[in-house]
Design a protein around this ligand. Structure first.
Ligand code: DP6
Length: 326
């Protein structure tokens, strides 16, 4: 082990969603998914030896009780790599995701933790293996190992080693992701239990794997054609289809708030008026807008407080320690 290791991983937004597991211990998904990483928005994690002989987990500058659910998850993930040996550690995690954006941080969190562990124990694992390990912490974390457009291929093996992400060799400098904050209240049902409930109780879910496979194909086509409207339309349709399976669960899972619907209707009205803007949503009430740079000023006016990310902006080197943490 080295003295100290530090890594940064970006948050990501799925354009074709991961929803449902075929195996829950290893987080093996029912379907492949595709996302865009959010450049400088994400998690920075530092690992150093603990002098007290006990593990310590620090989140955004605050030492957490070891029995808190976040600390337990982090410690049991690190245990996968310690394999019974005694290496008490301090895991110091900082999210620079604006709390107002209401973004999940488990994806960037487990990706940064995996990369920091790789450095700390000098494992020199290739990115594909890091992605498979990050996946065991949280499925969507498999995609946060990479920047830009990323595909997580579901894989077929039982050990899951072929279930990891791949970076796509495509750059869209004018693509923008806008975070619309509807509510930052803690969600009632996290994605892990939400997808379990959907798989177990929604008969509508039976149509999901085929739709996701088809949407993934369409997104690949839109990406290679440079067709923004097709990309946005497929992403929005995919998100709404996922939400339909959630609503069809029992008890029903409705992640939307009244203001989520207000924002959707505003987007549809803008599209009617010729503005190319689409949205996607995850297991929460906030919307993520997809648009091109030319419409940024207009959308900032329409959605006050919109947090805009340029996924392909020349950001500081992802693993330098100079990134400002808000
Ligand atoms: C709706 O990756 O958070 O955001 O694997 O149980 O940790 P676990 O789930 P998680 O689920 C993300 C679900 C989603 C869609 C997506 O990001 O693809």
């Amino acid at each position: 082990a080295t003295d100290q290791a530090e890594a940064f991983a970006p948050s990501n937004i799925a354009l074709c969603k991961y929803w449902g597991k075929r195996q829950s211990e290893l987080n093996l998904p029912v379907n492949s998914s595709l996302s865009i990483s959010l450049a400088h928005l994400g998690t920075r994690t530092q690992i150093r030896p603990s002098q007290t002989g006990e593990d310590q987990v620090v989140l955004n500058g605050q030492l957490l009780p070891v029995e808190s659910s976040f600390a337990c998850k982090v410690i049991s993930f690190v245990d996968l790599f310690r394999r019974g040996r005694s290496y008490p550690l301090i895991v110091d995690t900082r999210n620079n995701i604006p709390t107002a954006a209401g973004l999940a941080s488990s994806a960037s969190g487990f990706a940064a933790l995996t990369q920091a562990i790789n450095q700390y124990f000098q494992l020199q694992l290739p990115d594909a293996v890091l992605s498979a390990f990050a996946r065991m912490g949280s499925g969507s974390a498999s995609r946060s190992i990479y920047s830009g457009f990323v595909e997580w291929r579901m894989g077929l093996q039982e050990d899951g080693m072929d279930s990891h992400a791949y970076p796509l060799d495509i750059i869209w400098p004018d693509l923008r992701v806008g975070l619309v904050k509807v509510s930052t209240a803690v969600k009632a049902v996290d994605s892990r239990s939400g997808m379990k409930r959907t798989v177990e109780t929604a008969s509508l879910y039976q149509s999901w794997p085929a739709q996701a496979a088809q949407d993934l194909e369409k997104i690949h086509q839109a990406l290679s054609d440079g067709n923004f409207s097709e990309l946005g339309a497929v992403a929005e349709h995919n998100a709404m289809s996922m939400h339909a399976t959630m609503i069809a669960s029992w008890p029903p899972l409705l992640y939307w708030q009244p203001d989520s619907v207000v924002a959707m209707q505003k987007i549809w009205a803008l599209r009617e008026a010729g503005v190319e803007v689409y949205f996607t949503m995850d297991a929460g009430p906030n919307l993520k807008l997809l648009f091109q740079e030319k419409n940024q000023a207009l959308l900032e006016t329409e959605f006050p407080g919109l947090e805009v990310v340029a996924p392909f902006e020349a950001s500081e080197s992802l693993n330098s320690s100079t990134t400002t943490v808000k």
